[in-house]
Design a binder for this molecule. Structure first.
Ligand SMILES: [Mg+2]
Length: 226
């Protein structure tokens, strides 16, 4: 059984908008030239994913994103983007990342039940490994694959193949659990892996790929234990 990390097992106690507001507050800068925090946050998150494959380190990516945000608003990016990106990184690191309640017990119970557990996470090597180490979950998994390390991001089939290889798992008997339809479910379906989509109530299914299971919470994967 293998899992996605972000928003499947973990959450940020501070949202992107919250980090942006704290960053500008600490720097004594007005957010007004960039617009309302919620819309800056939405654009920030979209750019982060769009530019991810062009960067090797998260600090580099964060700077690329803030440069783009500044130039999109007609602001001179030099100096300003560096200052904001640096402080944003500090706020994000300080506010940390958490496991959803019950996840630690779930992983422990699954291992006790004999499941070999895998983790396949999109993202850059440094940021994903920082999260994995800070959460203390490394030992819970028999295989951990970070997309930035292998140069293949979900839904790329190569990412799932590396995971299965390292896990030594039979494709027919494996289950991939994730919250992102476009990366986790589409990717798992394309390589013939059963999948569980952690989807909030009421979210419509956006495509043709059909997950094997749909659950409102990752803790519900207990239902498929056998
Ligand atoms: Mg996710």
């Amino acid at each position: 059984m293998a899992f996605d990390l972000d928003h499947t097992l973990t959450y940020y106690p501070l949202t992107t908008a919250g980090v942006i507001e704290a960053t500008f507050g600490r720097l004594g800068l007005s957010l007004e030239p960039f617009g309302p925090a919620a819309s800056v946050a939405a654009r920030y998150d979209a750019l982060w994913i769009a530019l991810e494959r062009q960067a090797r380190m998260s600090d580099e990516l964060r700077l690329m994103v803030w440069r783009r945000l500044a130039t999109e608003k007609g602001l001179a990016a030099d100096g300003l983007a560096e200052k904001i990106a640096l402080e944003y990184g500090r706020v994000r690191r300080e506010s940390g990342v958490r496991l959803f309640d019950g996840v630690r017990e779930l992983l422990s119970d699954l291992r006790s039940a004999g499941y070999r557990l895998g983790l396949l996470t999109n993202g850059l090597s440094d940021s994903q490994w920082d999260k994995i180490h800070s959460l203390g979950v490394e030992a819970s998994f028999a295989a951990i694959v970070v997309a930035g390390d292998i140069g293949a991001y979900k839904p790329d089939a190569r990412a799932f193949r590396v995971l299965l290889d390292r896990l030594g798992a039979d494709r027919e008997r494996a289950l991939f659990v994730g919250d992102s339809y476009d990366t986790d479910i589409v990717g798992a379906s394309a390589v013939g892996l059963a999948s569980a989509w952690i989807r909030p109530h009421g979210t419509p299914r956006p495509g043709a790929a059909v997950p094997t299971y749909e659950f409102p919470s990752v803790l519900d994967v207990r239902e498929v234990l056998c």
